[in-house]
Design a binder for this molecule. Structure first.
Ligand SMILES: NC(=O)c1ccc[n+]([C@@H]2O[C@H](COP(=O)([O-])OP(=O)(O)OC[C@H]3O[C@@H](n4cnc5c(N)ncnc54)[C@H](O)[C@@H]3O)[C@@H](O)[C@H]2O)c1
Length: 426
């Protein structure tokens, strides 16, 4: 199979598309990145990053070496392959919203050349690549596997993870036909350390949903157990550490303030929606979702109990939320539990502010919150600090030393031996 350098396009230059475009560039492909957001394109052309996992220097180097960023689909006219990395959110009804994918393919179909390979990276329900993308690509009479090649390759990046960079994570790939898989593999082979071929695009779609549903369900289980353990006066974190010593048949998951991000809270609903089309009720998915969504409420209830125990009136209480991003070392606040926690505290009339070194400001309901500086005085002023996101750059020791009460949802204080705040763990 030929794996030589090619001209490739990436549609959607966000958390997934930008690192992918740069990885393809580094692998020797000639890359053109397309995004409908003019501001994103302007920033990238100026050599400024738009996502936390990519730094300015990488973009500047790639620009100097010829990578292109544009909002014009016509730039994809002569590409050999194109990867689609646009959002796949849920509608208000918790059903799949493929409008971004459809829009991208409708703009792409009239411009791509015969023989090009289209690889969908966005998470979708099983069958969507063939049914939704395939349908638009064949409207002009083209045949998949002959005139145009179509594959699905789920993005498995973990933003903020320094151990596994985007190209070190094995790349699962399934073609709509074997020839489609071969073409896609030829493009991705030079980019990723390992390409894992599966039998079809649908199988590859299921792989992604299996991985994320597995996480959502197991996090739901441990979140439920955390609530039980609290009532039993057992430290769930100690129990997890001990359980983890079993050398087989167990894998640790950790409780937290609730699910966040664009994947774990959303992707399982792509699977349950497809299952419902076949009259199958996905009870594990629904139950895990219920438990996980309860967690911000559980956190707030526990904080309110602590404040009441200390005789602090909620109407005069000052609570500082530390961490607005949904996970450590990223700036992404999509679906972050911090949003729910702040809203719920506001419902109790608590004076709430937040600090996040990665998130200068973010929307909570109708309002915009701005990150406060984490000075010793600000910490001393707080009646409670809630640790929601454990960024590596946070000085947890200083927080504990200067606060009267820390509610730790992430076990961030576990190794600390300091005089200071009373620490209450989830
Ligand atoms: N963020 C993650 O960690 C992650 C991990 C694995 C999979 N995914 C999946 O990857 C997909 C993309 O997620 P993301 O986090 O990169 O989203 P994102 O919002 O960060 O980026 C999407 C980009 O697509 C652009 N866009 C939207 N419609 C477009 C169109 N028609 N044409 C061109 N550009 C368009 C947007 O302007 C934006 O820049 C989603 O399906 C997501 O579920 C995300």
């Amino acid at each position: 199979m030929s794996t030589q350098a090619a001209r490739v396009g990436v549609i959607g230059l966000g958390y997934v598309g930008l690192p992918l475009a740069l990885a393809m560039h580094r692998a020797g492909h000639e890359v053109v990145g397309v995004d409908i957001d003019e501001e994103t394109i302007e920033r990238l052309r100026d050599g400024t990053t738009t996502v936390s996992d990519v730094d300015d220097a990488e973009i500047a180097d790639a620009l100097a070496e010829g990578i292109e960023f544009t909002s014009e689909y016509t730039a994809l006219r002569d590409v050999d392959g194109v990867s689609i990395c646009v959002p796949t959110p849920l509608r208000k009804t918790d059903t799949p919203d493929l409008s971004f994918v459809i829009d991208a393919v409708e703009q792409l179909a009239p411009v791509i050349s015969d023989g090009a390979t289209v690889i969908l990276e966005s998470t979708v329900y099983p069958g969507a690549t063939e049914e939704v993308v395939g349908e638009t690509l064949t409207e002009n009479g083209a045949t998949i596997g002959e005139d145009v090649y179509l594959a699905f390759s789920p993005e498995r990046i973990d933003p903020g993870n320094e151990e596994y960079g985007p190209t070190e994570i094995p790349k699962v790939l399934g073609g709509v036909t074997p020839a489609c898989g071969d073409r896609a593999e030829a493009l991705y082979g030079p980019v990723f350390d390992e390409v894992i071929r599966v039998d079809s695009a649908t199988e590859a779609e299921l792989v992604k949903l299996l991985e994320n549903t597995f996480r959502a369900v197991n996090i739901g289980l441990i979140n439920e157990l955390a609530q039980v353990a609290h009532e039993l006066n057992v430290d769930i974190w100690n129990a997890i550490d001990a359980a983890e010593t079993k050398p087989f048949g167990y894998m640790p998951f950790y409780p937290g303030p609730g699910l966040g991000g664009h994947c774990i809270p959303i992707d399982p609903f792509y699977l349950s929606w497809k299952a419902s089309e076949h009259d199958i009720e996905t009870r594990f998915i629904d139950l895990a979702d219920t438990v996980n969504r309860e967690m911000p409420d559980h956190v707030v209830q526990r904080v309110v109990e602590q404040l009441n125990d200390r005789g602090v009136a909620l109407s005069t209480a000052d609570v500082l939320v530390v961490g607005a991003a949904y996970k450590p070392n990223v700036s992404d606040t999509r679906e972050s539990p911090a949003i729910d926690i702040i809203q719920k505290l506001e419902e109790w009339n608590v004076n709430v502010s937040y600090h996040d070194p990665f998130v200068p400001s973010f929307e909570v309901g109708e309002g915009i919150y701005t990150s406060v500086e984490l000075t010793d005085d600000r910490l001393r002023q707080a009646d409670c600090v809630i640790l929601v996101t454990n960024h590596d750059t946070l000085d947890i020791r200083r927080i504990v030393e200067n606060t009267s009460l820390v509610f730790d949802t992430r076990n961030a204080t576990v190794d600390l031996d300091v005089d200071g705040a009373e620490i209450v763990r989830l």
